[in-house]
Design a protein around this ligand. Structure first.
Ligand code: CBY
Length: 432
């Protein structure tokens, strides 16, 4: 980008930070809602075929009141059908997001939630997560992000479940907040939202608890918030993809954004990333948008009008922006390795400029099937690598295939990360 363009963009972004008519303590101002257009358009124009995996998207649509009846209906129907078809195998976090999305803003799906007994089914899934922890050295069936989502949905659904006896599991010392020794900001943020909901309900005497439960909840929230704040980097928390949820956690449980400078710093960096196309995946757009519009998942049952009301958006029905840049006719070459402990297989691969990590894996597999064969599953964030060289990731052992570039873990998945000429790419058998 030319320097003059950069200056103009910087000016526009700074202008966008002047707040007006705040809904939360930090949000994009009314005059500048158009900066959020790329996020809204990514969500509106995506091709949704993944059933319950789109629950996060429907939740955001409803939370920020983007009115698109056709899409809301389509997503609602897909999610409901998927639940009917696959209920036993649906994970706790998926069901939690579905309950939040279907129930948001008091709409007709409430009947489905009730008739299909979704809240009590979620209670059962939550119990199964805890039981797995007891039999598998503290490892839940899924992960603490999903456990937190489940607690949040149970708390917001006003269920009569006894949620206070699970508070001790959310102690910030629990290793499940960490992946490979690093605090997972996404996970911590989701836990803060869940614990804040529990705390508020205890304070309103809506759930039975004693003063010790309340004190414990407060101590855990404070400690998790401090961990999120310690993961700050240039206005972001963790990385660009965890920042939306971190902002929500900070909105509901700290004074951090009462300082306007802090708010400006985060909004500036996030909007710069929006401009650069960091949120091309609908799920990424859905996870950042509520915070930018001053909303949190704790607002699902509330009605609060924010600066960027839906009519401020310019929703186009243009073709969606491609998730990755266009492939160019010229070639680049990269180094690719598969590492399982001490065993190391490497190769040089030539791919088209603009290719993603997955293209490199496929080219290597074509070269040498025995050394580089792999399997993947389709997830909300795109392809997830489940097995390489016939060695599979296993949740109960906390093993996974980690993606790295020049020795550093990537913050994007195999289907999104665009590779560069001369780069050293690696998939490493790891534990988290
Ligand atoms: N969602 C979940 O259950 C996912 C929760 C989450 C914390 C999630 C990040 C956060 C979010 N906001 O959605 C998460 N990842 C988890 C829990 C995991 C673990 C999954 C296994 C399990 N126990 O459920 C695990 C194995 C530690 C993991 N993530 C691995 C990876 C790597 C995937 C590599 C592969 N095999 O394909 C990868 C690519 C990191 C790496 N360098 O290897 C990875 N995750 C990334 C980059 C991400 C981010 C995705 C960002 C992007 N643009 O693609 C992420 C948002 C997310 C999805 N992981 Co995980 C975190 C971030 O960078 N902020 C609930 C359910 C209902 O959908």
């Amino acid at each position: 980008m030319r320097p003059s363009h950069q200056l103009r963009l910087l000016g526009l972004l700074l202008f966008s930070l002047i707040p007006s008519q705040l809904c939360q303590i930090c949000e994009v101002s009314r005059e500048n809602c158009s900066y959020l257009n790329p996020l809204v358009n990514t969500m509106v124009n995506a091709n949704y075929t993944k059933g319950i995996q789109s629950a996060n998207i429907l939740l955001t649509f409803r939370l920020v009141q983007i009115q698109n009846q056709r899409l809301e209906q389509q997503l609602t129907q897909q999610i409901q059908e998927d639940i009917k078809k696959r209920e036993p195998e649906i994970t706790s976090g998926e069901l939690a997001l579905a309950i939040l999305a279907l129930g948001a803003c008091k709409n007709s799906s409430e009947v489905f939630i009730r008739d299909a007994h979704l809240v009590s089914k979620l209670g059962e899934k939550f119990k199964a997560e805890i039981e797995n922890m007891e039999t598998h050295s503290d490892h839940p069936l899924t992960n603490y992000y999903q456990l937190s989502l489940a607690l949040l949905a149970l708390c917001l659904s006003n269920g009569s479940h006894s949620i206070t006896n699970v508070i001790p599991y959310f102690t910030p010392e629990n290793k499940n907040y960490y992946f490979g020794g690093q605090f997972s900001v996404d996970t911590g943020a989701m836990a803060v939202l869940a614990l804040t909901c529990v705390k508020r309900r205890i304070e309103k005497e809506e759930i039975e608890a004693d003063i010790k439960d309340l004190n414990k909840t407060n101590v855990y929230i404070t400690s998790l918030v401090n961990k999120i704040l310690s993961a700050k980097n240039d206005g972001l928390f963790g990385n660009i993809f965890s920042t939306g949820e971190a902002m929500q956690a900070l909105f509901v449980s700290s004074n951090y954004y009462k300082n306007k400078r802090n708010c400006q710093e985060t909004l500036h960096t996030v909007l710069h990333n929006v401009f650069q196309g960091a949120f091309r995946l609908p799920i990424a757009a859905a996870q950042i948008l509520p915070a930018l519009m001053g909303k949190t998942y704790l607002d699902v049952n509330k009605n609060c009008s924010c600066a960027c009301s839906p009519d401020k958006f310019n929703i186009s029905t243009d073709k969606p922006v491609p998730v990755t840049p266009t492939i160019s006719p010229s070639n680049i070459s990269v180094n690719y390795s598969v590492r399982i402990n001490e065993i190391f297989n490497s190769t040089k691969v030539t791919v088209r400029k603009g290719s993603v990590f997955l293209d490199v894996m496929m080219a290597a597999q074509k070269q040498n099937k025995a050394a580089f064969c792999f399997e993947m599953e389709d997830g909300p964030w795109g392809p997830y690598i489940t097995s390489v060289q016939n060695t599979s990731a296993n949740n109960n052992d906390r093993t996974y295939w980690q993606l790295l570039s020049n020795g550093q873990p990537l913050s994007q998945g195999a289907g999104s990360y665009v590779v560069k000429n001369g780069e050293y790419l690696e998939v490493r058998w790891s534990t988290y």
